[in-house]
Design a protein around this ligand. Structure first.
Ligand SMILES: [Zn+2]
Ligand SMILES: [Zn+2]
Length: 211
């Protein structure tokens, strides 16, 4: 699996372009906007199969309209965050300088949904806490997790936005912590990490472990 990372916009939200090299099937995760770099990456992909969204905040979704128009790929978001795609208050786009172009979801994600990308599978884990409809995408057998604003290197996502919940965040992090074995973790902002590194070093996770 080939992975390209593009931090986009004022908040540096990571847009990930995931390509199964054998088939050319590609998924784009969290396009903050359609930059020239991102355009080039999707141009070189044989087939953009999905636009996956980890959650509905503007710094992750403002490029969805343009990317969907450019590729025709279906837009997939958890149903609890689907309104963010056309509600600039719910996505907080109205508080930002980002250009918000309303769009509708083609696929409403639920816990346990599985999508194929070439020979790999991408499973949806519903991980609320940062938003009601926050999800992580778990890619196997590549052992990658795209964790959105749920799990970051050395920290976890904020829970003080509308729809956030510290209790739900704790439950979501607990589920991630208990996945079998190690994974590479690609968060919505900042550097990638591994699940094992976070189990050992992430204060929030270590505190959960003692409860
Ligand atoms: Zn967010
Ligand atoms: Zn974010």
């Amino acid at each position: 699996m080939k992975l390209q990372t593009f931090p986009i916009g004022t908040y540096g939200a990571n847009c990930y372009v995931l390509t199964d090299e054998k088939s050319g099937e590609t998924a784009v995760i969290d396009p903050a906007w359609l930059t020239d770099e991102l355009k080039k990456a999707v141009d070189s992909a044989a087939f953009v199969k999905y636009i996956f969204l980890t959650h509905g905040h503007f710094d992750h979704i403002c490029g969805v309209f343009d990317l969907h128009a450019y590729t025709g790929a279906p837009v997939a978001i958890h149903e609890a965050d689907a309104d963010c795609l056309f509600d600039e208050k719910k996505s907080h786009a109205n508080e930002s300088e980002y250009t918000f172009k309303p769009v509708h979801a083609d696929i409403l994600l639920n816990e346990g949904d599985v999508f194929s990308l070439g020979g790999s599978s991408i499973t949806v884990m519903h991980t609320p806490g940062h938003t009601k409809g926050g999800v992580c995408f778990v890619c196997e057998p590549d052992r990658m997790i795209f964790s959105g604003d749920t799990l970051f290197r050395s920290t976890v996502g904020r829970t003080d936005f509308e729809g956030g919940s510290t209790r739900e965040m704790a439950e979501s992090i607990e589920r991630l912590r208990h996945l079998d074995g190690d994974y590479d973790v690609y968060p919505g902002h900042s550097r990638s990490t591994t699940l094992q590194h976070e189990r050992e070093r992430n204060f929030f996770i270590r505190r959960l472990g003692r409860i």
